[in-house]
Design a protein around this ligand. Structure first.
Ligand SMILES: [Zn+2]
Length: 357
């Protein structure tokens, strides 16, 4: 690195009002957890690393795919096939050698969310599914850790910050008391997203996170920043806490984590004897080698497309364990909610895309 020094590296931001050497020290002492290293997580991590956040913990179970590259700016063509967290760590190491990086190739789930959130000073959500978003949100709320959530949808980006460390009312469940049915709102893979928009949302998330870490005014509780690239009008939507919401007494309540897991990766499911894999995808989505993979590990595969569940579904046998499978674990999580409570069933976390075939 020759005679490059951190003082020179951070020079321009040290001149920003409210930042300065004191602020830089606060950032250097901070640990931020970033959940998901995708279209949002990449710009978030890049900005936080270059700003000098002392320790970045980032989680993602997936490998880089070529369709990620238009918006996942930490990766290049040569990274396709590599674990995202490893490729991201290499890029971030080159961007700022003075910070600690802690890449974790894991899906954040009900088993690991608590220690991950408790070890962080602030959490940034960069996921694109409601199951994980609600899990991370509820964990931050219980732990009293500030959370910055982001979402992109076609031409629209949304960012909401929840300063849970202040222990004031106002949370995501004030707006959505129950998690919306997954599959009722499209994810990137289905509805599309403009790559540059992910950069807008992710960088705004990073800005909100930095202001929280620096202890500066804003981002406000109970407001959502929305930008629609089609009409050039950024808006701040102010909303009211719901007095009926559980957020008034959520701090320290982790009892909800004792619920049995509703999803698991294949590694955790495969050893279960007499597993029935219920493939709920449409016929044209299914590859023969995927069924061969399940069958080779001792599972029976049956096919009930989700679109036809109103007409037909498996005859549940309480002696069996069922694994509902779709492409990304979104539809199967929705289908799981229709399975009778006495039946042992799980959704395959991440769907067939998570299988290492
Ligand atoms: Zn609430």
């Amino acid at each position: 690195m020759g005679d490059v020094s951190p003082r020179d590296y951070y020079d321009r931001q040290l001149r920003v009002p409210g930042w300065g050497p004191e602020g830089q020290k606060k950032l250097a002492q901070a640990t931020v957890l970033v959940v998901g290293v995708g279209g949002l997580g990449c710009p978030v991590l890049s900005a936080l690393a270059r700003s000098g956040v002392g320790r970045l913990v980032f989680c993602d179970p997936d490998a880089v795919e070529v369709s990620n590259l238009p918006r996942q700016t930490l990766f290049g063509v040569d990274d396709v096939g590599l674990p995202k967290v490893d490729a991201a760590a290499a890029a971030l190491r080159g961007a700022n050698p003075w910070i600690d990086l802690d890449p974790r190739r894991v899906r954040v789930d009900s088993r690991n969310v608590r220690p991950l959130v408790e070890a962080a000073d602030l959490v940034v959500d960069g996921t694109d599914n409601f199951v994980t978003k609600f899990l991370v949100h509820d964990a931050c709320r219980a732990a009293g850790k500030p959370l910055v959530m982001g979402a992109v949808y076609q031409w629209e980006a949304q960012v909401t910050a929840f300063p849970f460390q202040r222990n004031e009312p106002g949370c995501w469940r004030c707006l959505w008391p129950q998690a919306p049915e997954d599959g009722c709102v499209g994810v990137c893979a289905d509805v599309g997203v403009a790559g540059a928009l992910a950069g807008v949302a992710g960088n705004f998330q990073a800005l909100a996170a930095l202001r929280l870490l620096l202890g500066l005014e804003g981002p406000e509780a109970c407001s959502t920043w929305i930008v629609d690239a089609a009409d050039w009008t950024p808006r701040r939507l102010k909303w009211k806490p719901d007095p009926q919401c559980s957020c008034g007494h959520a701090r320290g309540d982790w009892s909800w984590l004792d619920l049995p897991p509703t999803e698991a990766p294949w590694d955790a499911i495969a050893p279960v004897d007499r597993t029935v894999v219920v493939d709920i995808r449409e016929p044209e989505e299914i590859l023969p080698e995927e069924w061969a993979f399940f069958e080779a590990q001792g599972s029976v595969v049956v096919h009930f497309p989700w679109t036809k569940w109103s007409q037909s579904r498996p005859e549940w046998n309480p002696q069996r364990t069922y694994v509902l499978v779709c492409a990304h674990g979104i539809r199967s999580a929705a289908a799981l909610r229709t399975v009778p409570g006495e039946i042992r069933a799980l959704s395959l976390a991440g769907g067939t895309a998570s299988l290492l075939l």
